[in-house]
Design a protein. Structure first.
Length: 238
């Protein structure tokens, strides 16, 4: 055996010269893989420069110094690259998307809560929007709830105080259910919403959130809203 089973760390063989080279290579891989953080996933072009130990998830057609290493993890090492094949069940933090990814044996799956080697997966997702409230009785966000999402709840934080003549609070919901995710919500800076759906609510088309004024109409303000939802990923094509 010239490499370890799980992390493919190079092993010293009997009578080997310059043992420190092998040891340093093993330590560099261990440092990169033990708490795996990928600078990004699906890349095909090596960066012009990279910090030693930085790891990248390669795409299907890598070029240059990465040529022939499709799907591998590339680890910057002493001005060059070391390559390791990810294994089923490995978990990484994706620095670019700021989320968790799990390797299903063929590809990295973002935000997977459970998955199969076929590619089928249950995903736990959060969609955020910073919404500037316009003047009026209601204010509607972009279609932040995606198609075929099962929403667990919606949270929010007032990032700029909400103003309006006679305004005493606000409600958060969707068209036809304007208080589904909260009512009597605060207007001041850092007031928050914590709306848990009474039962998981499925949305079959992209859907915006609706903010409704209580006691008056909106004049301005801004809120950061987060939709917490589950999504399904179908098995890969064969």
């Amino acid at each position: 055996m010239s490499e370890s089973y799980n992390l493919n760390l190079p092993l010293i063989v009997p009578g080997q010269a310059q043992k420190h080279v092998t040891v340093n290579e093993a330590l560099a891989r261990l440092d990169a893989l033990a708490q795996l953080r990928l600078v990004a996933r699906g890349l095909n072009t090596p960066p012009a420069s990279a910090v030693d130990g930085a790891a990248y998830g390669l795409g299907a057609a890598p070029s240059g110094a990465w040529a022939g290493q499709a799907g591998q993890i590339a680890i910057a090492s002493n001005g060059g690259w070391s390559f390791v094949a990810p294994r089923l069940g490995w978990v990484a933090w994706d620095e670019a998307s700021k989320g968790r990814a799990v390797f299903d044996g063929a590809a990295w799956v973002a935000n997977a809560q459970s998955l199969q080697a076929s590619g089928a997966a249950t995903l736990g997702q959060i969609a955020e929007v910073s919404h500037v409230i316009g003047a009026g009785a209601t204010s509607t966000t972009a279609a932040i709830i995606p198609q075929n999402a099962v929403v667990i709840g919606v949270t929010g934080r007032v990032t700029s105080a909400i103003t309006g003549a006679g305004l005493t609070g606000w409600r958060l919901g969707v068209a036809g259910a304007d208080n589904r995710y909260g009512a009597g919500l605060g207007l001041g800076l850092n007031a928050y919403a914590l709306g848990v759906t009474g039962q998981p609510q499925a949305y079959y088309a992209p859907t915006p959130l609706v903010l409704s004024g209580e006691g008056g109409s909106f004049a301005g303000g801004e809120v950061l809203l987060a939709v917490h939802y589950m999504a399904l990923q179908v098995p890969r094509a064969v």
